[in-house]
Every structure is written in C-alpha cells, then in structure tokens.
Design a protein around this ligand. Sequence first.
Ligand SMILES: [Zn+2]
Length: 328
Amino acid sequence: MANQTDQNSHSTKREVNWFWVLIQLQVNVSAIFSLVYLFKNGFTWSTLFFSILVVFLGWLGETAGSHRLWAHHTYEASKGLKIFLMLCQTAAGSGTIYGWVRWHRLHHKHFKTELDPFNPKRGFFYSHYTGWTRKLSPAQEKVLEEIDFSDLENDKIVMFQKRWYYLLAFLFVFLLPTNAPIEYWGETMAVSIAAATLRYAIVLNLTLLIQSATIIWDLKAGEKYPMDSNWVFVLVKTYWLSYHYLASWDYQTSEYGKYGDDVVTKFIRACAALELANNLKTIDSRTVRSALTKSVAENKNISECLLELSEKDENVPKDHYLNPKKFY
Ligand SMILES: [Zn+2]
C-alpha cells in the first residue's frame, strides 16, 4: 500500500483541467469571430486606440510584473509600481500572480524535462496550449514543495490579489474595459464585447508565449543564422532566450528573445529613473566572459558562475540603466 502511494507521487501523468480547456477554446475561437465582426461592422478609432492600450497594459503586467519582478526579482519596485503592475496583470486574465509564478519557477527549475509544465521538448502546441490546460502531475506537485515561495507569501500585494482575484478579474478583465467604450465614446455594446474578446485572446497568447517563445525564436545547437539573413517574416532567431534560462535575474532579457532594447526593458529603466524601481540586476560583457572561463576552468555550472560573478560585479555602475549603450 505504502509502495503504491509512493509510486503515485512519482507519477508524471497530468489530468486535464477542463476549465482552462474551455477558456482556451472559447477565447481563441470567439476571437476569430470577433475579428470578422469588427471588420464587417466597423469600430471607432477611440476603440482601436483604447484596445491597443489595454493589450499593452495587460502584457506589461505579465512581462514587467509577473515575470521580471515577481518570478525572477530582476529589480525591486515601489509599492505604487507594484499595485499598478498587479492591476495590469489582473487585466491580462491569465490567473493570479501567485499561481503564474509558481508554475514559471517550476518551468525554470526543471526546464525541458517531464517535470516542466510547459516542456518545450514536446513541441509548440504542448508548450503553448496543452501545458497550461493540464493540472500538475503528482510528481510536479511534489517538486513544487521544494521551491521557495515565501517571497510571494510575504508580499501583501500578491496575496491581496490572490484573495480577491475573482472580483478583481471580473472588474479589470470584463466589466471596466468593456463598459468604457460604451460609456465614454458611445461604442455599441456588440462592438465593445467583440473588441474585449479579441483583446483577451491577444494578451492570453502573448502571456503563454513567455514560456513557449523558446521554441519559435531560440537557436538550436548547431543552427546558424548569419546577421544579414536571420529574418523570416518577423522571426529573429537568437540565443537570448537560452540566456534567460542561464541568467533569469537579468532585467534586460526580453521574453521574446531580444536584449537591452525592448519596450519592457525601457519601461523598467524609465521607472528606475523616476525612482519607482531600483536595484536593477544585470551583468557586463567582461564579467560574462570571466564567468564562462570560470565555468570551463573549474568545471562548474554556467548559471552558478554567472550569478556568483554578477553579485561581485564592480564593472556595473549603480546608474547603468541611464546609459546602457555606453555601458556595454
Ligand atoms: Zn523566466
């Protein structure tokens, strides 16, 4: 009997979470209908600009908030900035910060294994959709217990959102953004609902890409993309996604594979300049080279060497975010 319990706790079988399956199906299918409806029936410019803004804010909540601030602590934020990012993250409608960070840390810790909830080795569809719509396996639940989440449990803003999530989500995902176009510039209810549905699908897919982007944009071992021919439509192949899995504490790595010049990185720099964010963690090129040499010479893990040397990095000036190009 005890043996069977032990076997069950090692099981990697994941049950389907029908709630998220239905959300995924409903959101993606109705987004296509909404898009057709909007082009057939028209919409106002105000609704278009408002929709772009709402998508941007939801995406900011997930990237600058859930990912770079709460999951990886790549910088520290003031209380006001945290509340703003928490509300933006709520508007994205992809679950609580607490839940998102737990799965993301599990994804990093067991990257590309059966314990990774978004295991990229199983292909794009699994990493992007299936992984999110399955419950964690007993084995994943077990290893989750070994990961420290005390920072989240001690964060009043994260726990406030967790406690009141359904009410906040109702307000910030549905009620307020759907009501605003009707209330303030006389948009029809049908157009406003169609725009909200489309926005939700876009933000949800952008959020899911944080984990699955590695399949689309990451260079595989041996793959070579010369600088003058690395564009395939909008795809830029890059090693920066792999870098994120080695140095997840660096605030400059974009979720989609760029480094140092994406919008979220600039947003964090602007917040630092306004004294809303501080302690932006990064590393300079010379120290990266030293870490690689140390890793080879001492046969140590690259991630550990990068973290160890970055903590002692005296080449990084305190205000590096004000002049990043010069710094590199
Ligand atoms: Zn990450």
